[in-house]
Write a protein that binds this ligand. Structure first.
Ligand code: FMN
Length: 174
């Protein structure tokens, strides 16, 4: 039989769907990363999420799945408006910071606020503002459905790509 990426010479048995194997499996699906942020008092609060997905055009909706263990989400959930910043090619380090439980996530980060208190990160590839419209059970995550309010695109800015636990860049096909 010919050797291929799907049939390597030392192919391993299909992985059991335990959490670690499933995390690796999900990691084979490339995504962007969105910073979800808002002001709490005068301080920006936010976290990085790769589970962002577009849902509906009319009405405009998107969703994200949030770990039930998240300590940041409960602080954001009550915000009247959330900022969603699609991180750009050079923002891998910033992404790690926005996922870290150490230090101030926004130290040295350039951001702006909307009048309703959404926080948007400068140099991102796309800005969206949203408000939470419903939440659904998603196992050890909560599926958060959001109504989208505004979108501002920066077409010249390349997005950050997250794949197999690594940050990558897009290259044109062909
Ligand atoms: C690339 C990347 C993608 C992530 N995607 C998600 C996600 O979709 N949902 C989520 O709940 N956490 C996600 N996280 C983890 C959060 O950013 C953060 O680490 C987690 O919320 C723990 O911090 P917290 O207790 O402050 O919420 C991701 C982290 C990284 C680095």
């Amino acid at each position: 039989m010919a050797t291929s990426a799907h049939n390597p010479p030392e192919a391993s048995a299909p992985a059991e769907l335990d959490a670690a194997a499933l995390r690796r499996a999900f990691g084979a699906y490339p995504t962007g990363v969105v910073a979800i942020s808002a002001l709490r008092g005068s301080e920006p609060v936010g976290f990085a999420a790769s589970s962002f997905v577009s849902i509906s055009l009319q009405p405009p909706m998107a969703a994200v799945s949030v770990a039930r263990t998240s300590t940041t989400w409960p602080r954001l959930a009550g915000a009247s408006e959330l900022g969603l910043s699609v991180l750009s090619r050079g923002q891998g380090e910033l992404c790690r910071r926005l996922a870290s439980r150490e230090g101030n996530r926004f130290d040295g980060v350039a951001w702006k606020r909307t009048p309703e208190g959404a926080v948007l990160i400068e140099d991102a590839a796309l800005w969206l503002t949203a408000r939470v419209s419903a939440t659904y059970d998603g196992g050890d995550h909560e599926i958060v459905l959001m109504e989208l309010l505004t979108a501002e695109l920066f077409p010249g800015v390349e997005p950050l790509v997250f794949h197999t636990s690594q940050f990558r860049e897009l290259i044109p096909h062909g």
